[in-house]
Design a protein around this ligand. Structure first.
Ligand code: NAD
Ligand code: GLY
Length: 352
């Protein structure tokens, strides 16, 4: 098992290893103030893993309740968020109790937001079951839901009590979700670790889950400790996301996050080479990995449409938007640009 300790406004551990779901109750017990645990999950994950978690929590002395939402991004909304809070209220949950998120990033984000706001804040645990959630969304305390006008438009920072990632849960992950997670791992490589890129080029991610996830979580730890509230270096994690989020929005969220980010990374890296921020080798390294993991490099949307879809991007302030630009594979910088310049980047990146 690997342990990464995040020292942010709240200090907590991220446990990564095999068989951790069955011992989750014991890991949580010493940290919890009370003895009631409210499990939030989705209808793909709960039928497979709910029973093991429930048993583990009960063996550790917790009483449990469960809220199971339909899977997918469409559930990450104010109405499901409200339903979670109402259920907790009707079951008389109090501020000494805990909420446990069992699932991917959708479950983790909405549960974290419910925990941050229920009775002005109760503790929560992240138990990520997708690769994307394990390497990214379960760590760092970004919580929230989507609004009609865009993704993650309401939320807050709220760090979990502990993150428990049982790598065995990844065995049931569909190939598409595996590749979505790999896109985020390639992102980590591009922003800060050429070694990670080489490692996952030499050997598939699913043959070295613990090592790769621990490296990514440790990179995220460092950025979260430096810049918990996302005003500086943490924004490096948004590499590929300005274009990626615009692609997701244009597709009405039918293109998954990892696939959209993959195309977004390709566009920005190509543009960085064309505009002279990097030589062609960064693009070659990125593009080769995207191909190796069957990830898309292109999207079918025109530049005008992407620009319009980027309007509500949280990475923008007024007319200025911060993009993440590669200098080489494993080294990126933040660059503030305005909207006309974003159009220049899209065109240079090969978007028509
Ligand atoms: P997801 O939660 O929708 O999960 C993807 C699919 O996999 C779902 O259908 C789910 O039911 C299924 N699934 C989950 N675990 C499984 C398992 N072990 N076996 C079989 N099926 C399983 O999506 P995701 O990719 O995990 O997360 C995407 C979300 O995360 C987006 O909403 C995105 O905005 C958010 N996100 C948040 C942060 C953050 O810092 N908070 C970072 C990145 C992404
Ligand atoms: N996924 C981006 C962040 O946590 O900052």
């Amino acid at each position: 098992m690997r342990t990464v300790t995040v020292r942010s406004s709240k200090e907590y551990e991220v446990l990564i290893g095999s068989g951790l779901l069955a011992s989750a109750g014991e890991s949580i017990k010493p940290l919890a103030k009370g003895k009631k645990a409210f499990i939030v999950s989705d209808d793909n994950v709960y039928p497979v893993y709910g029973r093991v978690l429930d048993k583990s929590l009960r063996s550790a002395g917790f009483s449990t309740d469960a809220f199971v939402m339909p899977h997918g991004e469409a559930s990450k909304n104010l109405s499901v968020y409200g339903a979670i809070l109402e259920r907790m209220g009707s079951l008389h949950y109090t501020r000494t109790d805990i909420i446990v998120a069992l699932g991917g990033g959708v479950v983790g984000d909405i549960t974290g937001f419910a925990a941050a706001t229920y009775q002005r804040g109760i503790d929560y645990v992240q138990i990520p079951t997708t690769l994307l959630a394990a390497v990214d969304s379960s760590v760092g305390g970004k919580t929230g839901v989507d609004l009609e006008c865009g993704k993650n438009q309401v939320g807050c920072f709220c760090q979990p009590l502990i993150v428990i990632h049982d790598v065995d849960t990844l065995r049931t992950l569909p190939n598409l979700e595996y590749r979505n997670g790999c896109a985020e791992i390639i992102k980590y490589g591009m922003i800060g670790s050429r070694e990670l890129m080489d490692a996952i080029s030499a050997r598939p991610v699913n043959e070295q889950y613990e090592d790769v996830i621990a490296v990514c979580v440790d990179m995220k730890r460092k950025l979260v400790e430096e810049d918990e509230f996302d005003r500086g270096s943490r924004m490096l994690l948004n590499f590929g996301h300005t274009v990626g989020h615009a692609i997701e929005r244009c597709s009405n969220y039918t293109i998954p996050h990892g696939m959209a980010v993959s195309a977004g990374m390709d566009v920005i890296t190509k543009a960085a080479a064309v505009l002279g921020f990097t030589d062609g080798s960064a693009y070659e390294a990125l593009h080769g990995l995207l191909e190796q993991y069957s990830l898309p490099a292109r999207c079918g949307y025109p530049a005008e449409k992407l620009l319009e879809a980027a309007q509500n991007d949280k990475k923008s302030g007024g007319d200025v938007i911060t993009i993440v630009v590669p200098r080489s594979a494993g080294d990126c910088i933040l660059k503030m640009i305005n909207r006309p310049e974003l159009m220049k980047w899209l065109l240079a990146g090969g978007v028509k």
